[in-house]
Design a protein around this ligand. Sequence first.
Ligand code: 13P
Length: 254
Amino acid sequence: MRTPILAANWKMHKNVGEAVAFVEEFLPLVADAEGVEMVLAPPFTALDRVGQTLAGSAVKLASQNVNPEAKGAFTGEIAPGMLVDLGCAYAIVGHSERRHIYGEDDTLVARKAAALLAEDIRPIVCVGETLDQREANRTFDVIGGQLEGSLAEVDPARAEDVVLAYEPVWAIGTGRTATPEIAQEVHAFIREGLAKRFGERASQIRIQYGGSVKPDNVYELMAQPDIDGALVGGASLEPESFSRIVLFDRQGSA
Ligand code: 13P
C-alpha cells in the first residue's frame, strides 16, 4: 500500500512569525488525520522554527531545494547534512521553477536526489511539461527524459524512498488544474517508466500531482489509481485550506 503524501510547498512566502503561526493553527486542524503523510516545505529561513513547532506532531519537515555537495565554497547554498541538522525528512528537487528560472537540468537534479538519499532525506523529484511541449504532443517524451535523467543516480535499493511529483507547468499557479484523467494518464506513464528502471519496486513509489490543487479538486484527483498525493502551492498557504486538502483525502480514501 502506498501511503498518500500531501505536501505544502510555500515557495518564497512567509517570514518566521507567519510560518510558526500557520503551524500553530494547522496542527489542531489535522490532529485526527490518519493514514496520510503530511509535509510542510517552508523557506530555508523558517525551517528551524517550523521544525521546532512541529516537534512531536505527525507533520514532517521538508526543504524546497538543496545543494548536492556536502560542504565547501558554495556561497549561498545549503548542504544535505545541514537539512538533517534541522530535522528535514524530505526535500523537493527539480521543481519547475528551479528548472526554468534557475536553469537546473536533470543531471543536477539527479545529483541532488542521490546526495539527499545518502543523508537519509527523501527526495521529492518534480517533473512536468510546459504548455508548448504539451501542445506539440511532446509530453511523454519530455516526462520520460526528465524521469530517466533525474533518477539516474538513485540506487534501486532505495527506490521506495523517492517520491515523484508530476507538475504540469501550465497548471502551476494558473488555476488551470489538469483534469483527473489527464493527470492519471501521465501518472500511469510515470509508473511504467519507474517499473522499467526499478522493477516491482515501482508499485511502492508515491507519485504526487501538483498544479492548482485545491480543497475542492483534491478528492477527484486522489481517486485516480496512480495519484498518491499532492504537492500544493497557493492553497497550502492558509491552514484551513491545506487542512481541508489533507482531511478531504482522508475522508475520501476511508
Ligand atoms: P500551485 O498549487 O500554486 O499551482 O503550485 C503548485 C506547485 O508548484 C507546488 O510545488
